[in-house]
Design a protein around this ligand. Structure first.
Ligand code: ASP
Length: 746
């Protein structure tokens, strides 16, 4: 989920893509030694089992794993079986998160934070489902989660040869990325041609080397079934986010619907619950410390195969600037909502997403320093260079690779924060986003369908319209005034922004910027969806001639950005070739099998339920309990609990979900798998492939694992299925859901 917002846009805009993954070499570092000792000690003391390998394994790699040795008790074929069905058929990608089917009637379990936006859109001040929770007593009461879809992986095909052939024919490096995109689009259209419910995507697995065409089945009617109150689903709020020990009941249920003939269809009363090829068996007995677990899901983005300069850029510019910007915006949003419950509700989802990214980035900054990651990557690269120089064949092929990567990055460093701020300006401010979408629409629709960007093909237009509608419902002039003023004030603050004429000529006085923004927001004709629909029928010339302050500013930004786009294409084309070679050298040097970086495609990771010792003089146990919820509740604020929960606890009414050893209901679990943003909502499965929890987070010190994974500090957090079922039954009163999942009530 995390990389689905800003960072991904930044990455797409500047196309610094890497889809490959290597274990970061820490062997020169004293810390590595420390961690190895720590790790060995922990393994020895606490389990006696071998630690899992780093890896978010793609479907193509699953059969090569020795999961039996790791603890799996079912056949690998039962997980992934291209000729029949397997557990992967129970998996869905839902709005950038993961979910899984848990009944034959299309019931999906995912995280509360993954449906937070739907719940807040369905809520009003009078009927606040976020605060109070929501339960559909029967199917007719389920609420359509407007605009949300989910997708199921159907099949995949290696199309690397076709893509690379097209790329190698490109006239120059700047054309290379476009050639890859064009060929991908052709393959996608071909794959989607015969079935309107299929959406295809070409995913770059290893940059410049491996490309896979995925086919996804799309379900367009998703409805909210049960969400616990915020005081359970978001218990601990931002204070506890990215933190262990954790006590959040971060789960919810939704249901997938299709047309009566089984085809994918938009919401309609006539639709019927979707019958999945496979659904997961719920095991109400959960797991114990040290048990083997595995996770299937759609991790968003990791950057472990990127060169040291990529990490340096993150450390110097992207992470601190974004964290600072989001902190500022969040604080302002909170003030706006202080005495205005309607505004508070409207902004809650945006605040949540900003806060999530901000804290994750702070965790990464801490991790980068703690591990001296840039330095250790640089050391690794020195070794790679030595290897290249020590062998004549390698020297011939790779001698200039490292210098060339450096020179591409020198240009990127010169742009500094500009390349972060510019996409923020177009995307993080709803008024700018809407104006930009209008110009994009008019420009693209003037072209023949084949030449349009993918989001403007006939098939994808409804999704575009949906996004426009949602942006309008998120747009509040006073909020946009604030954020636009802030971003433009930053645009005049940093010297590197002067390279861009529209920024260079902005007034330097904050009051003047405020006036400039006020003029844009108050005088633009684009204020509602009706305006959008009226203006979208105009031509680009007509739009330009309107002299609308918003559109004129956007036209200026877009025109002046053209030379930068050309340069970006060039850099991206160069990196596509260079990083492929960088990886080849790494393969020579490192004996390990390579697994591609996460790229929102379906992956498997495995490990054990395990505690750890992230900081001096601590050891964290891997299972939390209701007693811990009660303890935290005395702090009030974000830790307030529903009175029902306290009553049940006082009566020790744990139902069948009590764990005998703990004499309590387990709430959350900690495990050493390899997960990332996007794994939110992933089913955590036991050795038999039964769901025993739902993944929702990582510990603060594990946020760095997007750049470098280590068993010593990488820990993921999930809500225990026993807590899910206990809350659903005892607090939600939704016995029927337990029955539907085949879970006996007593
Ligand atoms: N809570 C996380 C997210 O927001 C999940 C993770 O990154 O591990 O995506």
């Amino acid at each position: 989920m995390l990389y689905s917002n800003f960072s991904l846009k930044f990455i797409l805009l500047f196309k610094i893509k890497s889809e490959s993954k290597v274990k970061t070499n820490l062997r020169n570092r004293p810390l590595y030694f420390f961690y190895s000792i720590l790790l060995l000690t922990m393994v020895f003391v606490f389990s006696g089992s071998t630690p899992p390998e780093e890896g978010m394994y793609p479907l193509s790699e699953i059969s090569k794993l020795d999961l039996k040795k790791a603890g799996l008790k079912i056949d690998i074929n039962e997980i992934y079986n291209p000729k029949g069905s397997g557990l992967i058929d129970a998996l869905v990608n839902i709005g950038g998160c993961t979910g899984s089917f848990v009944s034959e009637e299309g019931l999906i379990i995912t995280n509360h934070h993954c449906v937070f936006d739907y719940v807040s859109r369905a809520s009003s001040v009078e009927n606040n489902y976020l605060e109070n929770g929501f339960l559909a007593e029967n199917k007719s009461q389920e609420i359509p989660a407007q605009g949300s879809t989910c997708k199921i992986t159907e099949s995949y095909d290696d199309v690397s040869d076709i893509i690379l052939q097209a790329a190698n024919k490109a006239a120059d490096v700047a054309e290379r990325t476009k050639a890859i995109q064009k060929k991908s689009k052709e393959l996608i259209e071909e794959a989607e041609k015969n079935d309107p419910a299929i959406k295809a995507e070409v995913s770059e697995m290893f940059i410049g080397k491996t490309y896979i065409l995925f086919k996804y089945r799309i379900i367009k009617d998703v409805r909210l079934v049960y969400a616990p109150p915020k005081s359970i689903g978001e218990f601990g709020g931002e204070g506890d986010n990215w933190v262990w020990p954790r006590h959040t009941g971060d789960f919810s249920f939704v249901r997938a619907y299709v047309a009566p003939d089984g085809s994918s269809a938009n919401y309609s009363k006539e639709n019927v619950p979707f019958k999945p090829k496979k659904f997961l068996k719920v095991n109400p007995n959960g797991v114990e410390e040290n048990d083997f677990v595995f996770i299937l899901g759609y991790p968003g983005r990791t950057f472990r195969h990127q060169p040291s300069q990529f990490i340096q850029y993150q450390e110097k510019f992207l992470l601190p600037y974004t964290a600072e910007l989001y902190t500022w915006i969040m604080n302002e949003f909170k003030k706006l909502g202080e005495n205005d419950p309607k505004m508070e509700l409207k902004l809650s989802s945006r605040i949540k997403s900003l806060a999530n990214t901000q804290k994750n980035y702070l965790g990464k900054i801490k991790g980068l320093r703690r591990l001296s990651l840039v330095e250790s990557k640089q050391n690794e690269e020195s070794e790679l260079k030595q290897l290249v120089l020590s062998n004549k064949n390698l020297t011939e092929k790779y001698s200039s690779v490292f210098e060339e990567i450096s020179s591409v990055y020198n240009e990127i460093f010169e742009l500094g924060r500009f390349q972060i701020l510019y996409p923020q300006l177009l995307n993080n401010n709803m008024i700018m986003r809407i104006g930009n979408s209008l110009i994009d629409y008019v420009e693209e629709m003037a072209k023949p369908e084949n030449d349009r960007k993918t989001q403007f093909t006939e098939k994808n237009l409804p999704a575009f319209e949906n996004r426009v509608n949602q942006t309008f419902s998120d747009l509040f002039p006073e909020v946009e005034q604030l954020t636009l003023t802030k971003i433009l004030s930053d645009a005049v603050k940093y010297p590197e922004m002067e390279i861009f004429p529209p920024f260079a000529k902005l007034p330097s006085e904050k009051g003047e910027i405020e006036k400039f923004v006020n003029n844009i927001i108050s005088k633009t004709e684009l204020k509602s969806i009706n305006d959008f629909n009226r203006l979208k029928t105009k031509s680009i010339d007509e739009l330009e001639k309107m002299n609308d302050p918003l559109l004129s500013f956007l036209f200026e930004l877009r025109n002046e950005f053209k030379p930068f786009t050309k340069k970006n294409d060039e850099r991206s084309g160069k990196l596509n070739i260079l990083l492929a070679k960088y990886l080849e050298v790494k393969k020579e040097w490192q004996e390990k099998t390579f697994v591609p970086d996460a790229n929102s495609t379906l992956r498997l990771t495995y490990g054990n339920v395990k505690g750890y010792s992230p900081v001096d003089a601590t050891y964290y146990k891997p299972i939390t309990t209701l007693a811990g919820v009660i303890e935290k509740s005395y702090m009030g604020g974000e830790y307030v609990i529903p009175s029902k929960l306290k009553e049940l606890y006082d009566k020790k009414d744990f139902g069948r979900f009590k764990n005998k050893k703990l004499n309590d209901v387990p709430v959350a679990i900690l495990y050493n798998t390899d997960t990332s943003g996007g794994n939110s909502g992933s089913p955590i499965m036991n050795a038999k492939g039964e769901i025993i929890g739902v993944n929702f987070d990582r510990a603060f010190d594990a946020t760095i694992n997007d750049f470098a994974w280590s068993e010593a500090y990488s820990r993921s957090i999930g809500v225990d299925i026993r807590y899910v079922l206990w809350v659903t039954q005892k607090i939600g009163g939704a016995d029927y859901l337990l029955k539907e999942m085949g879970v006996a009530l007593k």
